[in-house]
Write a protein that binds this ligand. Structure first.
Ligand SMILES: Cc1cc2nc3c(=O)[nH]c(=O)nc-3n(C[C@H](O)[C@H](O)[C@H](O)COP(=O)(O)OP(=O)(O)OC[C@H]3O[C@@H](n4cnc5c(N)ncnc54)[C@H](O)[C@@H]3O)c2cc1C
Length: 429
């Protein structure tokens, strides 16, 4: 394995998953003497940190997704396959695909994670999570249709139910969703209806733990709660969800009637990890070695949301894009070292801090010794997110769209949605 590559056979590197980890790994191997196959079941890289903007009609899907093929178009040592990986056999170094089998010399597995319903997968149809463009459009549809149905509803209790939005999970995604929905109801839709006042919408963010944004310092959690309340959202902490049914959610023992319940809690690793026969943690993430490989297989790397890397802090690193990006680049560097016959090196995460936004003018920033909240934090968030948008061409388009929506309070064509008659809460069309 550690022998230098011969000039006849270029080592085959297979990267499964073109999210942040996989795509940055592929790009880091641009000048390497290897042949890369990038496999993804979608044809686009998705900038997940801005998904909630699509779900709340702030951005269009095309603003935050970019074809993987286009990202790698100029990288001649990389090819892209639109495929789903079903199984990996590290012993024979093969990946079983829906259509065929692929052999590899080096593998980077970067298929990410999703939400967990804590053993209640039957809750998902009534409380969808936000992970893909389809999820974002479905959530946008449910939010807009709830207002449309409320406009025609004559029964007061039904109307209240339609105008109640519950977001489960007080992490960054839950906070961002709650802020954006509160803002839509108070500012964006405010003049558009006749029979209802969208300002009457009740937006509740519920969290099982003692505070929202639990991974942030306490003062920033408190600042985020104040900002949410200013926007008109309610925050309930220490309120675990114990049941979700159609238009109902039981929170801290109380049954809330809400036509729109959204899920932003828990982590469930990609099921592909199970086929590796490597040790997994309790949410299914792979326990990786210090160099990001799996035990007994120095040529097989697992990165990003799918990896549990406890070697630096004693706890898993957070499931955020910078971890995936840095691990992608590191796994690529280690492959290069192995190709040259050198030993791999341990990974070290450089934590540059965290940012979250609440509505269009507030945020929280935890940049190590620098912690702040409010408008400046929101501006910092805006700058960082625009800067890292992977489809480099559309950065300016996105910035313009945002600026337009910001200064005019209009979301235009992004407020469109599907046929209301086909809509039943808790069902997908
Ligand atoms: C709504 C939301 C908001 C977020 N906000 C932030 C934020 O503000 N800041 C931040 O830093 N992080 C944020 N994150 C987290 C960040 O997006 C993830 O940490 C990051 O995307 C992880 O990268 P990854 O490469 O491990 O996996 P992903 O980016 O999830 O990529 C996984 C890829 O694998 C593909 N795939 C999965 N299974 C298969 C299969 N069997 N075969 C083929 N392909 C497969 C998927 O299609 C996908 O392209 C957010 C995440 C979400 C969902």
């Amino acid at each position: 394995m550690n022998a230098p590559a011969s000039s006849l056979h270029k080592p085959q590197v297979v990267i499964i998953g073109a999210g942040f980890g996989g795509l940055y790994a592929a790009r880091a191997l641009k000048h390497a003497p290897v042949e890369i196959t990038v496999i993804d079941r979608r044809n686009h890289h998705l900038f997940q940190p801005l998904l909630y903007q699509v779900a709340t009609a702030g951005l269009s899907p095309g603003d935050i997704a970019y074809p993987i093929r286009a990202v790698l178009a100029r990288q001649m040592n990389a090819r892209v396959l639109l495929e789903e990986a079903l199984e990996i056999d590290p012993a024979t170094r093969t990946v079983k695909l829906c259509d065929g089998v692929l052999k590899y010399d080096y593998l980077i597995l970067a298929t990410g994670a999703s939400h967990a319903y804590f053993g209640h997968d039957d809750w998902e149809p009534f409380a969808p999570g936000l992970k893909s463009l389809e999820d974002a459009l479905e959530i946008r549809r449910r939010i807009l249709v709830a207002f449309e149905r409320a406009e025609r509803e004559t029964d007061a209790a039904q109307k209240n139910e339609l105008l109640t939005f519950v977001i489960v999970g007080g992490g960054p995604t839950g906070v961002e969703l709650a802020g954006a929905i509160a803002e839509i109801s108070r500012q964006v839709l405010v003049r558009d209806f006749r029979a209802i006042n969208p300002k009457d919408a009740r937006v509740l963010l519920v969290e099982a733990g003692p505070r929202i944004l639990p991974s942030y310092p306490e003062d920033l959690s408190a600042a985020a709660e104040v900002s949410l309340k200013k926007l008109g959202a309610e925050v309930r902490t220490k309120c675990p969800v114990t049941a979700v049914r159609e238009s109902q959610v039981v929170v801290g023992g109380e049954c809330l009637h809400a036509a729109t319940v959204l899920w932003a809690a828990g982590v469930a690793a990609s099921p592909l990890a199970r086929s590796l026969s490597a040790p997994l943690d309790k949410v299914g993430r792979v326990m990786v070695e210090p160099d990001l490989s799996i035990p007994g297989h120095p040529e097989t790397f697992v990165i990003g949301d799918l990896a549990n890397f406890p070697h630096q802090t004693g706890r898993p690193l957070p499931g955020v894009a910078p971890v995936a990006i840095q691990q992608g680049r590191h796994a690529a560097r280690n492959i290069l070292r192995l190709v040259k016959g050198q030993p791999s090196e341990p990974f070290k995460y450089l934590d540059k801090g965290r940012l979250a936004t609440i509505g269009r003018a507030a945020g929280v920033a935890d940049l190590g010794s620098l912690k702040f909240s409010g408008y400046i934090a929101w501006l910092a968030w805006l700058f960082v997110h625009i800067f890292f948008l992977i489809g480099f061409r559309n950065r300016f388009v996105v910035l313009f769209e945002w600026a337009w929506a910001y200064f005019t309070n209009q979301r235009g064509a992004r407020l469109i949605t599907g046929d209301v008659d086909k809509v039943r809460p808790g069902t997908r069309p």
